[in-house]
Write a protein that binds this ligand. Structure first.
Ligand SMILES: Cc1cc2nc3c(=O)[nH]c(=O)nc-3n(C[C@H](O)[C@H](O)[C@H](O)COP(=O)(O)OP(=O)(O)OC[C@H]3O[C@@H](n4cnc5c(N)ncnc54)[C@H](O)[C@@H]3O)c2cc1C
Length: 678
């Protein structure tokens, strides 16, 4: 395990005036040199990044608590554990968490989730779905009577829940879920049934062995009519023996690319009965006589999903922050090759190509985090029952989830490449981050499917006969102020000009997709026309989300504290210019931008890379990722990577013996035979 110096000790040892207080005696001089160059106050950045002093303080309390409670930490690095050991380790920590339940505070979801995240990091665990899905869905879908019944045991941890929607045969198209919940008015019960093997619930986290309840999504039948998929709370295991209840079959689905500390599972129902009151009835209801009552607003049931996605966007941006921290710190202690022949080997971060590999993703950490924070604020408004903006926001949350998880996965892979061979080793911590981010592109909605949903909404807005020029989609019905971009120099390119140029480019992409769809619809049936336009539609959706991110990023940076604004502005410009240069066709379309203007933006990218180079280590220090969370030999704060890599090998079971058993069992007899014949 990387040895870490508790943050609380580091700050006590250093004079307050230093810009970067992560410097410590015994650190690799190459990383200390970087920290001494900081041009901004790292603590100020950290406070801004984590949403202010109070929220940062709450994080520090969690970190200190976990530093002080060894039983909440891994006994040895998880990549050396077998699947059974991983699960044992994760359940041991879950039990540890239950003992320290004062840290589980449902009135402070952020602190609680950070506590859980610090204990379990990226292994997946028996309670992850409980906190990520079960509780939020219960909160948003249960009536007040249901909340009083289910919330206390769910919070105290006697109920361990999961969210079971996906089936073996269907994940995306939930209208075709095969699990049925048929209402029986005689007994006032629902009968849950799985008619075929493809209707087995498949994938839900901790469904296999550990959860005892689930929110199950099933097609509701009442009075002979199917009312579509609805959520039901279902007890799955005996509360004393933990045995699976009669008429249910469940188990683990086996090892996966990542998250192997979690028992993602399967579940089949055989005419399994639950009381009527177990249908979650905040929005729609089934009355005792079987009458179905529709939700007042058909989309209200989606408000919980918006909240979950807002959490996801912020969390997944944090995974990118981990990878960028690892790649940046490592790139300052790794020396390879010379820039000036004979002048000695340089830090690999001095290569512009290395900077271009890492820094745009450093900028994305900021952009995505801001977008996630903003979405979380919006979702709080929705929870108060404001449904008028729900379609706009639902589309935004779907699109942000898709775009951010795609980009984070791409970014983590770039960080892996930036670490060369060592990036491929679990010692880097990057394979675990990568595996986690791959999963996030699929769960909570396949990314492409989500983008198509966003596009569907955009097409509706584009076709609107009473358009508004306000709100998230307002730009679609605005007129461009000019047919050409007014950019003259990247140095004077104002926020207003940037937003105008992005609005112009986005409007064109969306309206081009809209016009293509109209043309195709004149020739083909609507679903076929849609399919023929779907690649362009997903591109339109991505631009819609990028425009949102650019707007909110510029706004937040302009309001950031003065002393950190310059470094944030450089990062924001890098994000924006890189997007424009990488997608120059969209900006040059119809001669809106000239090749000279694109060259000017390229210059802006190169200049930003050079500026960020000076502060790179201090910026990632300011993300303030604790070493327990980072889990990386390459990204360790002190930069003493090489001795730690050698230390890491001591955990390998193969190194317990000089001659492995497999040699004696298989190779030795063959070699002896060959030798005897010689
Ligand atoms: C790590 C992990 C954890 C999970 N945890 C849970 C959980 O806790 N609870 C739960 O219920 N589920 C869970 N899932 C399941 C997950 O939500 C689904 O896998 C996901 O929604 C995708 O659905 P699918 O598997 O049916 O993919 P499919 O829909 O079969 O997708 C396969 C391909 O088809 C494409 N495709 C599908 N439909 C369309 C369309 N209409 N138009 C264009 N292209 C289309 C997709 O883009 C994709 O490329 C988890 C999955 C993973 C990987």
């Amino acid at each position: 395990m990387p040895q870490y110096q508790p943050y609380s000790q580091i700050i006590q040892l250093l004079p307050v005036s230093r810009m970067n207080r992560y410097i410590h005696d015994g650190d690799n001089p190459d990383i200390t040199e970087e920290r001494k160059k900081a041009t901004f106050d790292v603590d100020g950045f950290t406070e801004w990044y984590h949403g202010g002093e109070k929220r940062l303080q709450a994080r520090r309390e969690v970190e200190k608590y976990i530093e002080d409670h060894k039983e909440l930490q891994d006994t040895h690095p998880t990549p050396f554990m077998s699947r059974e050991e991983l699960i044992d380790n994760s359940v041991r920590k879950v039990a540890g968490m239950a003992k320290y339940h004062e840290m589980i505070d449902m009135t402070n979801i952020e602190k609680t989730t950070y506590f859980i995240q610090m204990v379990h990091v990226r292994d997946g665990q028996a309670f992850s779905l409980h906190y990520l899905m079960f509780l939020p869905v219960l909160q948003s879908q249960a009536s007040s009577e249901q909340l009083s019944k289910w919330m206390p045991p769910a919070i105290s941890g006697t109920i361990i829940g999961t969210y079971a929607q996906t089936e073996m045969g269907h994940g995306t198209n939930i209208s075709k879920l095969e699990t049925t919940a048929t209402y029986d008015p005689k007994t006032q019960e629902f009968v849950l049934n799985t008619p075929t093997v493809s209707g087995a619930k498949w994938w839900p986290g901790s469904l296999g062995k550990f959860c005892n309840h689930a929110i199950v999504v099933a097609n509701l039948w009442t009075n002979g009519r199917c009312e579509g998929p609805h959520p039901f709370i279902v007890q799955l295991r005996d509360m004393d023996t933990h045995k699976t209840l009669p008429n249910l079959k469940s188990g683990d689905i086996g090892p996966k690319l990542g998250l192997n500390g979690s028992d993602n599972g399967y579940l089949l129902f055989d005419q399994f009965r639950i009381p009527r009151e177990n249908m979650l009835m905040r929005h729609s209801k089934v009355l005792p006589d079987g009458t179905y009552v529709k939700p007042p607003h058909s989309k209200l049931a989606y408000s919980g999903m918006v909240f979950v996605r807002s959490m996801m966007v912020r969390d997944i941006a944090n995974h990118l922050a981990n990878a960028v921290t690892i790649a940046t710190r490592y790139s300052c202690v790794r020396r390879q090759g010379e820039l000036v022949p004979g002048a000695g080997e340089v830090k690999i971060l001095d290569y512009q190509t290395q900077q271009y590999r890492i820094f745009p993703f450093m900028a994305k950490v900021i952009a995505f985090r801001i977008a996630g924070e903003e979405l979380q604020e919006i979702s709080k408004q929705l929870k108060k029952g404001e449904a008028s903006q729900l379609p706009d926001i639902h589309a935004l949350s779907s699109g942000l989830k898709a775009l951010v998880t795609f980009e984070v996965q791409r970014g983590i892979e770039q960080c892996r490449l930036a670490c060369g061979g060592h990036g491929y080793s679990h010692a880097s911590g990057i394979p675990e981050l990568l595996a986690f981010s791959c999963g996030s592109c699929t769960y909570e909605g396949d990314n492409l499917v989500l983008l198509l949903q966003v596009a569907k909404y955009l097409m509706k807005v584009a076709a609107s006969e009473s358009p508004s020029t306000n709100g998230i989609c307002g730009y679609l019905h605005k007129k461009s102020q000019s047919n050409v971009s007014t950019l003259s120099s990247h140095k004077t390119y104002s926020d207003h000009q940037i937003v105008q140029d992005f609005e112009h480019a986005t409007r064109r992409v969306v309206l081009q997709a809209f016009n293509k769809l109209k043309t195709e619809s004149a020739m083909y049936k609507s679903h076929e026309a849609w399919n023929r336009c779907s690649v362009e539609l997903t591109k339109a959706a991505k631009w819609h989300i990028r425009l949102y991110i650019v707007r909110i990023l510029l706004l937040e940076v302009s309001q950031a504290p003065e002393d950190i604004r310059p470094v944030l502005r450089t990062l924001a410009k890098l994000y924006i210019f890189d997007l424009q240069v990488s997608n120059k066709g969209n900006f040059m379309d119809n001669r809106y931008m000239t090749p000279q203007q694109i060259d000017e933006l390229k210059n802006g990218v190169w200049e930003a890379l050079a500026t960020i180079r000076t502060d790179a280590v201090s910026i990632v220090d300011a993300f303030a990722i604790h070493e327990i969370e980072l889990k990386s030999v390459l990204g360790r704060r002190d930069g003493n990577v090489y001795p730690a890599l050698m230390e890491w090998t001591k955990h390998s079971h193969l190194n317990k013996k000089d001659v492995p058993d497999a040699f004696d069992k298989y190779l030795k007899p063959i070699m002896e035979k060959i030798r005897a014949k010689m």
